[in-house]
Design a protein around this ligand. Structure first.
Ligand code: ABC
Length: 475
């Protein structure tokens, strides 16, 4: 699937071992640092749950065979500790299971993104005693940089030194070597076609030299979203010259800080978005509020109104929304591995606060994309009518979404907001729907929109554009 086709999608991040067991059992996992039993067959059985929230794609954990060892950090249930890239991780299923997952997704018009690691392999040993013979295909020390721990103040060290630590070192592959590159390129080409993979999430993008990516991308032939784990927006424009997209880490930090507390202001988020959009096209970035590496948002605040605002903002801003499994259940695990709760303990509840909320926000974004093929090319225009509120306009006049997000929290006092037509693009006496409550509203004779803002996000959209969508019962 091409980059422009991916910009239309909405992605649900699945941690394969923690999403669903194939037998549907929901008993607790006895060791959160070991395999808990989720598989590709488990995912297949729960695709309705994912699709019911309006997602059009899933991103799954790395699929290759990992080391079989109970290390100081447990087993590689997460999939990032490769040993043999030509075999699959049998804990997750067979080749046929993975092909079936891909074809079941495609039957639904959905897409498969696979997490891929090229930067390193893993070893349950000290860095000095790695047995390179266990790796396939890079089965000797010649294929790896010699050991050094990463010094983050040194750019070359970030690329050539080893991630992990002395308990579980991650031997760093010589991705600059021509032979290694051609092996990886042939491998990814084959992997993508064998399993019908539509996109790749590239692990540790910052830890591989940039010149690796163009050749790998063209061999893969699909959209790549690179994990640039960096809060500094200034590094992104250059990455986008080498790779089709990246995760939007800077905005992740800003959204988190804007919504994690009722005493925060919107200034950093507002300025950050304006800075980024001035430097790059942000539509191919992956927007997220949570992932399996960061403390979950509800570990910072239990206020569900703040979670709802932050999630809606993530979905409606520029870029491809990515929601990490468990967000819809308001899971609150903090650091790794506590942020990797098995989802089945929720019994896949669809009648809570957040599951239908995410569904509605995805649905209105999907509708806007469907109605106007220019919707995604419009770079969202943020505006802050007061320090507690950020408004986002996305879309050209006639089919724009204007969403209003606040951090006053569940117990905050309502207040009035007025948005003029030179910002919103709404016209005089235009019929709008606030789609999260299905409330009809109208602009005044000069196109101004006035409303009372409470703790929840509001999403305004032209009522005429809802016809046929089923949203707010428009038939
Ligand atoms: C295991 C244990 C942990 C233990 C650790 C030493 O070993 O579980 O409890 O603390 C996988 C597993 C992990 C496992 C690791 C290491 O492997 O999932 O459970 O941890 O064995 C990706 C994946 C991640 C994965 C790997 C490794 C990479 O998403 O799940 O981890 O394949 C770096 C990498 C990044 C990586 C991340 C975890 O570490 O670049 O690719 N994620 C700074 C650096 C970043 C660095 C980050 C985290 O610290 O710049 O490069 O990411 O340490 C902002 C700055 C950022 C800064 C942050 C902290 O602050 O702008 O630059 O990031 O303000």
């Amino acid at each position: 699937l091409s980059t422009s086709d991916w910009t239309k999608q909405s992605i649900y991040q699945v941690l394969t071992d923690r999403f669903a067991r194939p037998d549907g059992s929901t008993s607790a996992c006895s060791d959160i640092r070991s395999y808990c039993g989720g598989t590709w067959q488990g995912i297949i059985k729960k695709l309705d749950y994912i699709q019911g929230m309006g997602f059009t794609a899933i991103w799954i954990s790395p699929i290759v065979k990992n080391i079989e060892a109970y290390t100081a950090y447990g087993n590689p249930y997460h999939g990032y500790w490769a040993q043999d890239i030509y075999s699959l991780n049998s804990h997750f299923g067979t080749a046929n299971d993975l092909k079936q997952l891909s074809s079941e997704l495609h039957k639904r018009g959905m897409y498969l993104m696979v997490d891929v690691v090229v930067n390193h392999f893993a070893s349950n040993s000290s860095p000095q005693t790695v047995n390179y013979g266990q790796f396939n295909p890079f089965n000797s020390a010649n294929y790896f940089h010699s050991y050094c721990p990463i010094d983050y103040s040194n750019a070359n060290s970030v690329i050539t030194c080893w991630l992990g630590d002395t308990k579980v070192p991650l031997p760093d592959v010589k991705t600059e070597d021509a032979g290694v590159r051609s092996t990886y390129n042939a491998w990814i080409k084959n992997l993508v076609s064998t399993y019908g993979i539509d996109g790749l999430r590239m692990d540790t993008t910052q830890n591989v030299e940039k010149s690796f990516w163009p050749g790998f991308s063209s061999a893969a032939g699909v959209y790549l979203v690179g994990e640039v784990a960096n809060g500094d927006p200034s590094v992104y424009p250059d990455y986008l010259r080498y790779i089709s997209g990246t995760l939007n880490y800077p905005t992740f930090y800003w959204i988190t800080r804007a919504f994690q507390s009722t005493s925060a202001t919107m200034t950093e988020l507002l300025n950050g978005i304006n800075t980024m959009k001035g430097q790059m096209t942000t539509n191919t970035l992956g927007s997220f509020l949570e992932n399996h590496d960061q403390p979950r948002f509800p570990s910072l605040t239990s206020d569900i109104a703040l979670a709802k605002n932050a999630i809606a903002f993530t979905i409606l801003m520029d870029g491809i929304p990515i929601i990490y499994q468990g967000q819809e259940q308001h899971f609150s695990g903090a650091g790794d591995p506590n942020n990797r709760e098995p989802l089945w303990t929720s019994n896949y509840n669809t009648n809570n606060d957040l599951y239908p909320w995410i569904a509605k926000v995805n649905q209105i974004r999907n509708q806007a994309v469907y109605k106007d093929n220019q919707y995604l090319t419009y770079q969202a225009w943020p505006m802050s009518p007061n320090s507690k509120t950020i408004v986002l306009r996305k879309g050209f006049g006639g089919s724009q979404i204007v969403s209003v997000h606040t951090n006053i929290g569940a117990n905050g006092a309502s207040y009035g907001v007025t948005l003029t037509s030179d910002y919103t693009g709404f016209t005089a006496n235009q019929a709008l729907t606030e789609v999260l409550t299905c409330t009809a509203v109208k602009t005044d004779g000069s196109g101004t929109l006035s409303f009372t803002q409470g703790p929840q996000t509001k999403v305004f959209y032209p009522t005429a554009q809802l016809t046929g969508s089923g949203i707010c019962s428009s038939g």
